[in-house]
Design a protein around this ligand. Sequence first.
Ligand SMILES: [Zn+2]
Length: 246
Amino acid sequence: MALASSPPALHFRRELSQVEQALLTALLDTIAPVSLSSTEDTVTWALTPSGKFSVKSLYRKLCQGPSFQMPNGLWSARLPLKIKVFFWQLFRNRLPTSANVAKRNGPSTGLCAICNVLEDATHVFFRCPLARFAWSAVRAAANTSWDPRSASDLATIADSIHGGNNRVLWSCIGALTWAVWLTRNKLAIEGIFPSHPANIIYKCNLLLQQWSPLAKRKDAEKLKHAQDRLRQIYVLAREPSATSAP
Ligand SMILES: [Zn+2]
């Protein structure tokens, strides 16, 4: 395309508004420094000095800008990769909760199937009675005072615990949150209500057992202790005389 060396004089049939005039001025300012030649156009890649495309330069560009800091120890936790990705989605609020599905015009009311209130990730994992019950059990099993009310509370807990205790923490909360999510999905998608709230503790324990081969040998005793406690709490919670969660 042949272009003049100075910006063309433009004429419009109707008068431009102030905003349109400002846009036109900005456009003319943008193209003003461009000097044209009669040589043939070529394609160049702006992110490398050589002008040639490289994956490395694109990756570096994509990694620029603010990045989300994951809580301490998550990526090195002794958990299956899918659980780490699940946590990543949880901390970024990308899980398909009812609220997120409804926001994208999906088949959802946006409400929790148990409580009939807006079901976002904070509700599923920290506010819903099902989650509160699971937290109380894991808290007792790990002999701690963990009582997070949001994903950022959970990140604060993870950041304050180091070494072997941090690995055990991730195993326990990985089992807890995954068990809550599976139970929630069964209810929200298939309409199947858990036959007993204590089943969630059983599921936690089962997951800890399944993931035990991933654990470091030196953490085995702590994890086994947590499993034994969970088993006791499950039995107590299943007893007909049990009136409240441990
Ligand atoms: Zn709920």
